[in-house]
Ligand binder design. Structure first.
Ligand SMILES: Nc1ncnc2c1ncn2[C@@H]1O[C@H](COP(=O)(O)OP(=O)(O)OP(=O)(O)O)[C@@H](O)[C@H]1O
Length: 287
């Protein structure tokens, strides 16, 4: 036992002798990438996948160590074919992770004061208009689905509806969602503080854990937020409840004031208040 500990120390010190600053940077970089990877897949369907892959790797190494030839052959084959299957099955998650990486880079760019600010005034006006419209729609039990585009472009989604290209005003938002209006069915997209399109069709979320209380309007909001960095405001026709959806997570029962703060935090390059802690850490409503 003492011999083992002694040889362990010897190996450690011989490695440390050749240890340079570049090795430290190398280790720090790998640790950072692993940490970011865990952050990206946490609380997504991919979390289970990563756990499964880790189990496979452990099982493969065990089978090599125990010299179980048939078992290690089987595991290698599973991993090889499994890789292709993973890319196909988890295409939405992989896409979302890559898009998230891209938008995180963009956020950093904005945080240093480049770009973004010139649209803040339009966005602020759009937030005011949407919050005021949400209050009216809630009062009159009129359903609404409003997307605030951020870094992920929603041009393909806009094509499923009608291009509007108008300044945002509370009256126009209310008008579009008025039940007899031709564009009331579907979602409105706000790009750069202007109404870009309305009557758009969104992909529905396939998440089985979404509460059964939530119908297709809310599922559509969750669906688009799973594959993009959009912020979605939903007003329920049935209950008048105002919700905000971001990255597959829904926050329910907002007031127009808490909605405004959440939107400001999520959309403006200089946020006004972090008081409510939105737009991150939402809890998913489960069954
Ligand atoms: N895929 C979709 N893309 C865009 N809008 C959709 C989509 N599916 C449903 N909607 C909108 O949601 C409306 C139907 O809402 P439904 O009652 O099924 O959902 P809900 O989540 O229960 O909403 P509410 O609480 O407002 O009743 C449709 O009339 C349409 O305007």
């Amino acid at each position: 036992m003492i011999n083992i500990i002694y040889s362990g120390f010897q190996t450690f010190f011989s490695v440390m002798k050749t240890f340079t600053i570049w090795d430290a940077i190398d280790i720090a970089l790998v640790a950072f990438i692993i940490y970011k990877g865990i952050q990206l897949v946490r609380e997504t369907r991919a979390e289970q996948l990563v756990k499964g892959l880790l189990l496979l790797v452990i099982a493969y190494n065990l089978s090599l160590w125990l010299n179980l030839k048939a078992m290690s052959f089987l595991l290698v084959t599973v991993v090889q074919f499994g890789f292709v299957a993973i890319v196909v099955l988890f295409q939405p998650e992989l896409r979302s992770v890559l898009e998230h990486m891209g938008s995180t880079g963009m956020d950093k760019f904005r945080a240093f004061g480049f770009g973004g600010k010139e649209t803040d005034n339009y966005t602020r006006e759009a937030i005011d208009a949407v919050c005021s419209a949400a209050g009216m729609l809630q009062k009159n039990r009129i359903g609404a689905l409003i997307l605030f585009e951020r870094n992920t472009k929603l041009g393909e989604i806009a094509k499923t509806g009608t291009l509007v290209n108008a300044d945002v005003s509370a009256e126009l938002v209310e008008n579009i969602f008025y039940p007899k209006s031709p564009l009331h069915d579907g979602a409105m997209i706000i790009r750069g503080g202007r109404i870009f399109a309305a009557g758009c069709f969104l992909p529905l979320s396939q998440n089985q854990e979404i509460s059964r209380e939530l119908g297709t309007r809310h599922r559509a909001a969750l669906g688009i937020s799973e594959s993009s960095d959009v912020l979605v405001v939903v007003v329920s026709e049935e209950t008048g409840v105002i919700s905000l959806v971001e990255r597959g997570v829904i926050k329910r029962n907002l007031t127009t004031d808490t909605l405004r703060i959440a939107l400001e935090n999520g959309l403006l390059s200089e946020t006004v208040s972090k008081k409510y802690g939105f737009t991150s850490g939402f809890k998913v409503f489960r069954k």
